[in-house]
Write a protein of this length. Structure first.
Ligand code: 26Q
Length: 815
């Protein structure tokens, strides 16, 4: 790492560079500069240095005829760029010294930056962590995605309810982006096809321009950088001009809109967005532009496509870019004259695919009729791929038409053409040489359930790649207090690049002095969060209370409602004197609900209603506080993760593919209370079963309960504490102004089957929370276990994940 201890002359020099830049960028006089002005000019300094690194990296890769990895993702949840850029450039400490009295501090300046929130949650943040690791490991790598005008909505809370506000994250332009005026590709839609044997001529009805905007992704401990290239849709120039010339402004505007809306807004990850035509256009738009770009680069370097699979690997982040399989075939066969069989051989060696969910309702399918209309050439390609695949299946399993029906790329519906659908996951599996899940459990379940037939057909294709997170953003930058302590104790800054070195911390768990320092770092982080909560929500949190944190998208399977049931149970027990020895707790929630997801929004409202009752009760105020921190996103997470004592990872076993928040919290010294789900299991294996609170039914038990017919009413009738908690929700105790407000929540549990088995896990959850209290009341033991959590997190670095992808999936070497 090159963040040298700064010397005063460096910071003087940086200061004058910043002030000099100020004139050219914001035309402001230094003495009148606002924080935003300082942010703008500092970002220009960083931008120029990143640009230099970018040019050199590209020159190197071209000169070395490097094999490249292309990561295709509809989402990149980047967050702020400044702190990460300064760290990577080795400028953080110098910049810290260059700011401050009489002006604002570096941290105040950094806070001017809006988050780049071009993603919904875990999948998008994973893509961002992977870019960081790919650059750091020196992999010639490009991310490709969409430059949404509006990314994730901003969440505010009005009377306890979520309100969404569109957020234009770049007003005009971002200081971090490089618009590439000469990089654009035409993406076509609709029309008809004319066949010429193996290939076809596509007479498209419409076209749109994809314009490239590049973001430099700095590597850490290396001068190499990666590129995130995002595409913005623009109306084709000639159409625009045509309308303009006839003076028909209205028509010009309509045309512009019709095309430019393609990159307008990020789709939510809820089922209501499934099947929307604009989403399909968005997927094809960015995939086609990216593949054209990739082929153009390859052709300019080699003048042939025969060596394509030797020189490129393309990764599909879930099925969202799945149409790429058909598009690469189209480009190679129709546009570049390659024989179908050769193109298919290349295709399978080039693509790999990650699955992020087992839930059947979340598996992407598109109506055949829709693809036919929007992408007439691609539906033919998909049918041909399917025919050849089925022929292959029948050669191995002659006559097994049941198997054929199950694995076919086309779901036949009931035989009516209008109901036929393309199964995008099947297209990905058939078109790739590697398929992976994101935790060991998830990968195992994947081959045992949704992809069992494919795993039998192609056993060598299926792998596990347990997710990871970048230790640079999630520890070094988010938690300077703990980082300084680690540097001191480990005698090195190396853990930032070799997270396994945290294992050397284990002996320090028994060192009283270290435990005290560890506690002090945590307390500082809790104070920082408490100050934020006081400022934003006017709620006082006791920094010595146990910070119990559940932060993630609000979804029924993640079971925030189970957490609420525990809070109510605790409140009731405190009131009736049966609580026993409890540790003072601050229960902290954060997360967004998809705007059309009624149940999730009800849960947010319930949390607020419970909070207002509990927080204002003088009988319990010192022992229990509940807060909901609005607008959860990368930057809010950077504040919360370091301050947590307890990490809630309580999804129904078998539903959370991996989770990555679980890793961020544990890495920052929180203990986990969690189910045997996703990566929780591997976290247990690495931190030690004594240092984590695992509870509830495992996947086998969940299956057995469901098979026997889950009876939520039995749990309700036989557990008085549970009954009391549920009745309080249902009776309007927390919503006295509107007593029926939570009937739907109550009914979903008692009368509509409690699909996620909250009631089956409730008793063990509450009992386990009691053990959490007992441990927190033994601070030495708590600190010891918290330290052992940090020490065990080495394997959860995204660097480890990316090394595994590089060797098993992409066949590329790393630094
Ligand atoms: C699909 C079709 C139409 C519109 C939207 C979507 C869509 C968009 C986003 C579907 C799903 C997503 C996001 C999924 C996601 O974030 N999954 C999470 O991925 C993480 C990284 O692997 C895992 O850790 C989480 O367990 C998983 O839930």
């Amino acid at each position: 790492m090159t963040d040298f201890a700064h010397c005063p002359s460096d910071s003087e020099q940086l200061r004058s560079e910043i002030l000099h830049k100020m004139l050219g960028t914001v035309a402001a006089e230094p003495s009148r500069a606002t924080k935003a002005d300082l942010y703008q000019s500092l970002s220009q300094v960083a931008r120029e240095r990143l640009a230099l690194r970018w040019v050199e990296t590209q020159n190197d890769d071209r000169a070395n005829h490097a094999r490249r990895v292309y990561y295709l993702s509809m989402e990149f949840l980047i967050g702020r760029a400044m702190n990460n850029a300064l760290s990577a450039l080795g400028l953080r400490e110098t910049a810290e010294a260059a700011f401050g009295e009489p002006g604002p501090s570096l941290d105040e300046v950094i806070e001017c930056e809006p988050d780049a929130a071009l993603g919904n949650g875990g999948l998008g943040r994973l893509a961002a962590c992977f870019l960081d690791s790919m650059a750091t490991l020196g992999i010639p790598s490009w991310g490709y995605g969409v430059r949404y005008e509006y990314g994730m909505f901003a969440q505010s809370i009005v009377n306890g309810c979520q309100v969404e506000k569109p957020e234009a994250w770049v007003q005009d332009r971002s200081p971090w982006e490089f618009p590439r005026a000469n990089k654009h590709h035409t993406v076509r839609f609709g029309g008809t096809c004319e066949h010429h044997g193996e290939w076809a001529e596509w007479h498209a009805a419409d076209s749109v321009e994809a314009k490239a905007f590049d973001y430099v992704i700095p590597g850490h401990g290396t001068e190499r950088v990666s590129t995130l290239r995002l595409w913005k849709a623009a109306a084709p120039a000639e159409i625009d001009l045509g309308a303009f010339n006839t003076g028909d402004y209205q028509r010009a505007a309509e045309f512009k809109n019709r095309f430019e809306n393609i990159s307008w807004v990020l789709y939510p990850n809820d089922s209501t967005s499934a099947g929307r035509e604009l989403r399909l256009r968005q997927e094809y738009f960015f995939v086609s532009a990216s593949l054209q770009d990739i082929l153009e680069r390859h052709e300019s370097e080699y003048g042939t496509f025969t060596n394509l699979a030797e020189k490129i690997a393309i990764h599909l982040n879930d099925t969202h870019p799945a149409i790429g399989v058909a598009e690469l075939m189209r480009l190679l066969v129709d546009e570049h004259g390659m024989a179908w069989a050769d193109a298919w051989d290349q295709c399978r060696r080039i693509f790999s695919y990650t699955n992020h969910t087992l839930m059947p309702e979340a598996l992407e399918t598109w109506k055949v009729t829709l693809i036919q209309r929007v992408l007439p050439r691609h539906i033919l390609i998909i049918y041909r791929i399917n025919q050849e695949f089925i022929d292959e299946v029948l050669r191995v399993y002659p006559g097994d038409m049941d198997l054929v029906r199950r694995v076919s790329l086309i779901d036949d519906g009931n035989g009516h053409d209008k109901d036929k659908r393309v199964r995008m996951a099947h297209l990905c599996i058939v078109g790739s040489h590697r398929v992976n899940g994101v935790s060991q459990l998830h990968s195992d379940l994947m081959v045992q359930t949704i992809f069992a037939d494919f795993a039998r057909l192609y056993p060598e294709r299926f792998h596990n790649k347990t997710n990871g997170i970048t230790p640079r953003r999630w520890l070094a930058q988010a938690n300077p207090a703990l980082s300084a302590l680690l540097d001191e104790r480990l005698g090195t800054r190396e853990w930032r690049l070799h997270l396994d070195r945290l294992a050397e911390l284990r002996p320090s768990a028994d060192d009283v002095g270290f435990r005290a320092a560890f506690l002090a770092a945590k307390r500082g982080n809790k104070l920082r969060l408490a100050n934020y909560v006081a400022r934003e929500l006017n709620i006082r949190l006791d920094p010595d209370s146990l910070f119990d944190v559940q932060v993630k998208r609000i979804h029924e399977y993640k079971r925030q409602l189970l957490n609420v049931l525990h809070v109510i149970t605790r409140y009731n027990a405190l009131l009736d004197g049966t609580a026993g020895d409890v540790a003072p707790r601050s229960v902290i929630f954060a997360g967004k609900a998809a705007s059309s997801y009624h149940m999730a929004k009800q849960v947010i409202r319930l949390i607020h209603d419970v909070a207002s009752v509990v927080n204002s009760d003088p009988r319990t105020r010192d022992l229990l506080q509940v807060v909901f921190i609005p607008n959860y996103g990368v930057s809010v997470a950077e504040l919360i993760m370091p301050a947590a004592n307890l990490s809630e990872q309580i999804s129904t076993a078998g539903t959370e593919a991996s989770g990555t928040g679980n890793m961020k919290l544990s890495l920052n010294g929180a203990l986990t209370i969690g189910t045997e789900d996703g990566a929780n299991i591997e976290i247990r294996d690495n931190v030690g079963a004594d240092n984590i609170f695992i509870f509830g039914n495992n996947t086998a038990q969940v299956n057995a309960i469901r098979a026997a017919g889950h009876q939520p009413m039995d749990f309700y009738n036989n557990d008085p504490a549970l009954k009391e908690a549920l009745d309080r929700i249902d009776s309007g105790f927390f919503s006295p102004g509107e007593r029926p407000r939570y009937h739907d929540i109550f009914n979903s549990l008692l009368h509509y089957g409690d699909h996620y088995l909250l009631l089956a896990d409730y008793a063990d959850y509450v009992a386990t929370q009691k053990r959490v209290d007992a441990l927190y009341l033994t601070p030495d033991e708590w600190q010891r276990k918290a330290i052992l959590n940090v020490a065990g997190m080495g394997p959860f670095s995204a660097d480890r994940t990316i090394r595994d992808y590089a060797s098993d999936t992409w066949n590329i070497s790393t630094l």
